[in-house]
Write a protein that binds this ligand. Structure first.
Ligand code: HEM
Length: 81
């Protein structure tokens, strides 16, 4: 089982730049996607979600509704919300 740390929303919100790290949340998980930003097929748009939830953006960009996208995201998990 996973023993990842629990983070507050306040802690996640502190990570919204490449300098401070780029963290996002998705379905109760916390992800440090700093290293992925430069690899994102959708470019810097990904930074719009920095420090917050992916859900509203992925609702707009249905290209993320694919198993391989969730596999990428899972590699960056650092904790639970
Ligand atoms: C495309 C991953 C966040 C906007 C993609 C694709 C992947 C990906 C793998 C290519 C999908 C495919 O064509 O099969 C991710 C991950 C994210 C993330 C892992 C978060 C950790 C975002 C956010 C936005 C966004 C927050 C918008 C605010 C886009 C757009 C494309 C795209 C517009 C289409 C690019 C194109 O084909 O021209 N993303 N994405 N993404 N993403 Fe993201």
């Amino acid at each position: 089982g996973s023993l990842l740390p629990v983070f507050s929303q306040d802690e996640v919100t502190k990570h919204r730049s490449l300098e401070d790290g780029v963290w996002v949340t998705y379905k109760g998980g916390v992800y440090d996607i700093t290293e992925f930003v430069a690899m994102h097929p959708g470019g810097n748009k990904i930074l719009l979600a920095a420090g917050g939830a992916l859900e509203p953006f992925w609702a707009l960009y249905a290209v993320h509704d694919q198993e391989h996208v969730l596999e990428i995201l899972s590699e960056y998990k650092v904790g639970e919300l």
